[in-house]
Design a protein around this ligand. Structure first.
Ligand SMILES: Cc1cc2nc3c(=O)[nH]c(=O)nc-3n(C[C@H](O)[C@H](O)[C@H](O)COP(=O)(O)OP(=O)(O)OC[C@H]3O[C@@H](n4cnc5c(N)ncnc54)[C@H](O)[C@@H]3O)c2cc1C
Length: 377
């Protein structure tokens, strides 16, 4: 039984006030952004309905180099140099040009938080009026407001499933070990989407993701776990946006799933949440250091995100195409794609959408300096 660390009832005291930067959401996007503001002198407040790292939001698979680039290897669990893809008629093995890793979610969040200099409060965000954010504990105001709240995009125009460009994913986390990172493209599990098994040292994360939000993945997640002779225990699931949205809107910055930053074909959204969180954090850093206005940062960050639109559009096209390919033709295509040069080329391009070098290419976080914040309007 998971223990709830979030403050409840009487211990949920009123919360009001002004800060320089208000980051709503303390998962991958929000924490990566807060980390980027370290040493800027800004008063940064991060809020989330749960404590930091309390609720895992994914299977926690990421290119290993991203963990290394952000000094997060302490959360590393298992690395894979190969991706095994099962179709009903054939299994393909891709020898990857870079490794993929699973990590521990609470530990990763803890390490990210350790690298940030900010305050944290548990509060549920209900909406906003201008730059005042309404929470269940009171109103918070800031010249810079960030929505890193995930697919709901609470501070903007939200989506309502199932009539929205959303995928859905569900997984179970049985205890046990495994050697391979595997995926299944098989209509037995999902008509449009894929199943996965990601070992993470002492547990295996087994799930099914559907690109069609109307397809319920519970039964087939259990089926996949049964086929793998694992227990269907410790569930975790969510909606996953698969369409890029405006990253700045009506004076608010949107980062990660709230901006549709998850890659449509693979539903990989952690490194992109890091990537765009860092990009946004760098823009905000120059705001709080008085080098640009909030309006300029909104434009620059919005344009940066939008410059990736064509990559997301192509991945969305591929997402829609793959389920239409008959299984035998798909097996043939996978055979052709197993060629080492093709794997190196395609996976190299895929990584380049949000490359790990980006984490180190901006201004490095400085040591904390006790200077007053200068948030520009
Ligand atoms: C089953 C499943 C498996 C996945 N596996 C992978 C994977 O292996 N690798 C990968 O790269 N991607 C994976 N994804 C996608 C990935 O989880 C998301 O893209 C990623 O979590 C986005 O990060 P984020 O910080 O934008 O949002 P989230 O991680 O969703 O974080 C949003 C935060 O906001 C908080 N919040 C939400 N609403 C409120 C509110 N009203 N008030 C206060 N706080 C609130 C939440 O508590 C949470 O902490 C998976 C998704 C699912 C559903």
């Amino acid at each position: 039984m998971p223990t709830r660390r979030t403050k409840r009832g009487a211990s949920r005291t009123p919360l009001t006030g002004d800060v320089d930067v208000l980051v709503c959401g303390a998962s991958f996007a929000g924490l990566a952004l807060a980390r980027e503001l370290r040493g800027s002198g800004a008063r940064v407040l991060v809020v989330d309905r749960y404590d930091i790292g309390e609720r895992q939001t994914s299977a926690c698979g990421i290119p290993t180099e991203w963990l290394r680039a952000m000094d997060l290897m302490g959360a590393h669990r298992q690395a894979f140099g190969r991706l095994v893809v099962h179709t009903p008629s054939r299994t393909a093995r891709f020898e990857l040009p870079w490794t993929f890793s699973t990590f521990d979610y609470p530990e990763l969040c803890r390490l990210l938080w350790e690298q940030a200099e900010a305050d944290f409060e548990t509060a549920t965000v209900n909406g906003r009026t201008g730059n005042t954010v309404h929470t269940d504990r009171g109103d918070l105001s800031a010249p810079v407001v960030v929505d890193a709240l995930g697919w709901r995009r609470v501070l903007g125009r939200g989506y309502q499933p199932p009539d929205a460009p959303l995928s859905r994913g569900l997984e179970v986390h049985p205890w046990g070990a495994g050697d391979e990172m595997e995926i299944w493209i098989d209509r037995r599990y999902v008509p449009a989407g894929y199943g996965w098994s990601f070992p993470a040292q002492d547990e295996v994360r087994i799930g099914v993701g559907s690109f069609d939000p109307r397809f319920h993945v519970k039964d087939t997640t259990v089926l996949l776990a049964e086929d793998l002779e694992r227990d269907a225990v410790r569930y975790q699931g969510n909606w996953i946006p698969h369409k890029l949205r405006d990253a700045s809107e009506d004076g608010v910055f949107f980062v990660g799933d709230s901006a549709g930053h998850c890659l449509p074909l693979t539903a990989e959204g952690i490194r992109t949440a890091f990537y765009f969180g860092i990009a946004c954090g760098r823009e905000l850093r120059s705001v709080v250091e008085g080098r640009q206005s909030v309006a300029e940062a909104l434009t620059r960050y919005g344009d940066f995100s939008a410059s990736h639109e064509w990559k997301f559009r192509w991945m969305l096209r591929a997402q829609r195409l793959v389920p239409r390919v008959p299984p035998r033709a798909l097996a043939g295509a996978l055979r052709a794609m197993e060629a080492r040069r093709f794997v190196a080329w395609s996976f190299g391009h895929y990584l380049a959408i949000a490359p790990p070098e980006f984490a180190g290419s901006g201004p490095r976080p400085r040591a904390a300096a006790p200077q007053p914040a200068r948030a520009a309007a």
